[in-house]
Write a protein that binds this ligand. Structure first.
Ligand code: GLN
Length: 489
């Protein structure tokens, strides 16, 4: 159902602008790259790179080790597992800090389209650099910088395909989120399998991640003709209206997003244990035989990283239709309530793991079915929070600072991942049931805080969504209806 003139004129596919398909596939390949590398990072570090003698050859390691120990362990030495957790934590954190700056650069100077291309090229280079063990930190740096340009600017382009008030925006982000997770699903299977296979090894996993990134870039460049010009591009070709300062309503929206960033940090801190300590749990404390004693094939450790993305695309249609049905009865939870529910579900997922420890005993191997249940519940939690947050920012942020606000949303993943890395250092020192209970308590507390935010924020956000906030200060975004290649980025 098209609800806007612009949308009516642009080429459509399955009821959405064709550009959505391209943004979906570009992001799918980018996330293939990101998650493929992420699936093997901790294993690469603990099983190979941080061990003697390889570690002596890594450029800058002594300095980085000291910095990490200072930040995460008051300057005391860290063993191999905790150190790898902190490298993983710092990397996954910084990857989400840079989007704030990438957003500002795009809003002010280069626009979202150039930013995505610059970011994609830098990230592809980063994956290839990682193939050389000594260049670990250099490769990570490239990925951190590249993602800063790429992530907020691809995300805002989804909302830009629609006019303000178009009811399809929420659904567009849920569809986009499926793209993210199709990539995230296949990547551990490809990069993880290559990395874990002694005939290939980790560097081939990084290579596959780099190839995925290159494919994503080529698709994006091809797709440019179907995407609306970004605000900077439009300002070059149209006379800008008077530059509007932020209004009182703009400021309220900014403050609401900033407030929500606090509990969302705790969401990521607990959610992101999946790639860190839960990866180690799958490796060291899980009986991964498919049906022990009957079908003894062992599920590879990295494949567990595919459970969450798989469930995202399996569950999305149900969750979206549940919300649709609730909306018809006027019972759909508000955006903030959905986020609170998301956090409660994360708490529940860690309670499941706590029970797994109690049932199996501290030193036993828990059935992989516990992990299956864990991933199912934490994934539902994610669907209630993450795509909803992206759509919220796209709908309520002031257009002049849209990418920066999207970057701010991603900063919650920075702070969350820092905290995640810190929490991860306790995995080998705490009893596992206490560790999981700690994660459950943090998510639950943040859920309560979000619930409380509902009282002041619900009316503010509802009013804001009803406003035509995405009305740009220059000509309307227009995808070229005739699919001509664009004259310029
Ligand atoms: N899984 C989502 C993605 O990769 C969300 C990540 C995040 O915001 N931390 O885009």
């Amino acid at each position: 159902m098209a609800t806007s003139d612009t949308a009516d004129k642009t080429p459509q596919l399955f009821g959405h602008p064709r550009g959505l398909t391209y943004l979906f596939t570009t992001e799918m390949w980018e996330r293939f790259s990101y998650y493929g590398m992420r699936a093997i990072l901790v294993l690469y570090l603990t099983n190979y790179l941080l061990l003697q003698p390889t570690i002596d050859h890594v450029w800058g390691h002594e300095t980085m080790k000291r910095v990490l120990e200072l930040i995460f362990n008051a300057g005391n030495p860290l063993g191999v597992q905790p150190l790898s957790s902190t490298i993983y934590g710092a990397y996954t954190a910084l990857v989400y800090l840079t989007p704030f700056f990438g957003g500002i650069i795009a809003d002010r100077w280069i626009g979202q389209r150039y930013s995505v291309i610059i970011g994609g090229v830098i990230m592809a280079a980063g994956e290839f650099i990682l193939m050389a063990p000594q260049a670990l930190y250099l490769g990570l740096l490239f990925l951190i910088v590249g993602n800063g340009f790429f992530k907020p600017n691809i995300s805002t382009q989804v909302g830009n395909l629609y006019k303000a008030g178009d009811s399809r925006i929420d659904r567009a982000y849920s569809i986009f989120y499926v793209g993210i997770n199709v990539g995230a699903f296949f990547s551990p299977l490809v990069c993880g399998s290559l990395g874990e296979d002694p005939n290939y090894g980790y560097h081939w996993g990084f290579f596959a991640a780099g190839v995925g990134m290159v494919i994503g870039q080529l698709l994006y460049i091809f797709a440019l003709r179907t995407l609306p010009q970004d605000r900077i591009g439009r300002m070059k070709t149209a006379a800008p209206a008077e530059k509007k300062p932020l209004t009182a309503s703009d400021w309220k929206a900014v403050i609401a997003i900033v407030l929500l960033c606090i509990p969302v940090t705790f969401f990521w801190a607990t959610y992101e244990q999946q790639g860190n300590t839960m990866n180690l749990w799958a490796q060291d404390f899980t009986n991964r035989h498919l049906i022990p004693g009957v079908l003894d094939w062992e599920i590879p450790v990295t494949w567990f990283q595919a459970f969450n993305p798989f469930m995202i695309f399996a569950f999305t249609p149900f969750v979206v239709s549940l919300w649709g049905a609730q909306a018809k009865r006027n019972k759909e939870p508000s955006t903030v309530s959905k986020m609170a529910i998301g956090l409660f579900l994360v708490a529940l997922s860690y309670l499941i793991m706590t029970v797994a420890v109690w049932v199996t005993g501290e030193h036993g191997e828990a059935s992989w079915l516990w992990l299956l249940a864990f991933f199912a519940v934490i994934t539902l939690g994610e669907l209630y929070l993450s795509p909803i947050g992206l759509a919220l920012v796209a709908r309520v942020a002031p257009p002049q600072i849209l990418s920066a606000m999207m970057g701010l949303w991603f900063i919650t993943s920075f702070t969350g991942n820092l905290l995640q890395g810190y929490i991860g250092t306790y995995f080998s020192t705490m009893t596992k049931d206490h560790f999981f209970l700690l994660c459950a308590a943090l998510a639950f507390g943040a859920g309560v805080l979000t619930w409380l935010f509902n009282f002041p924020l619900k009316p503010i956000l509802a009013a804001r969504m009803a406003e035509n906030v995405r009305q740009p200060e220059v000509a309307e975004p227009q995808a070229d209806p005739h699919m001509e290649p664009p004259p310029a980025l």
